[in-house]
Ligand binder design. Structure first.
Ligand code: PNS
Length: 159
């Protein structure tokens, strides 16, 4: 049984994240989307809101479970009996940070492997930060995020 954890902040979830979740379902029996509750950061959406939006946009994907987590990723993976961590790689700029995280996680828990999926070309520019920036200035974010997220963004950032 292959159980994968796909961790992130998802503030908000984008089509790029969704693509990685869908593609993870092709090789994993279960995909746990781990939503980081980082008390040191002040995200636009609370962890409850991010969990809610992820559950909504993945509701058709039967292998996916959305679970919030705090603390170390490897501990969360172990608690959920997951042996694979999935991360998307967009560009060379992601690489250094992702390599550092993967290697740290491997030092902490050698039996947990990190797998990188290269982001599809059409989403390679996309990030949650860019989506918030466009939305903050009243731009159209429909190419970047699912409909349910657009609605939640409107509530957060009324124009
Ligand atoms: O979507 P993000 O913000 O790039 O995701 C980053 C995330 C959640 C994968 C990373 O911050 C994380 O794993 N945080 C948990 C704390 C941890 O385990 N740190 C040690 C690994 S360097």
């Amino acid at each position: 049984m292959v159980k994968a954890v796909y961790p992130g902040s998802f503030d908000p979830v984008t089509f790029g994240h969704l693509d990685i979740i869908r593609r993870s379902c092709a090789f994993a029996d279960e995909v746990i989307v781990g939503v980081l509750n980082n008390k040191a950061k002040s995200p636009l959406f609370s962890v409850e809101e991010r969990v809610k939006m992820l559950r909504e946009v993945t509701k058709e994907l039967t292998k996916v479970k959305v679970i919030p987590f705090e603390g170390l990723l490897v501990e969360f993976a172990k608690q959920n009996q997951a042996n694979i961590v999935v991360r998307g790689l967009r560009a060379i700029t992601d690489f250094e940070y992702e390599l550092q995280m993967a290697q740290t996680n491997h030092k902490l828990e050698p039996q947990i492997e990190t797998m990188f999926l290269t982001t599809r070309l059409e989403y390679s520019y996309l990030s949650s930060t860019i989506v918030k920036e466009v939305a903050a200035f009243g731009g159209d974010i429909s190419q970047f995020v699912p409909e349910a997220v657009i609605e939640m963004m409107k509530e957060k950032m009324p124009q």
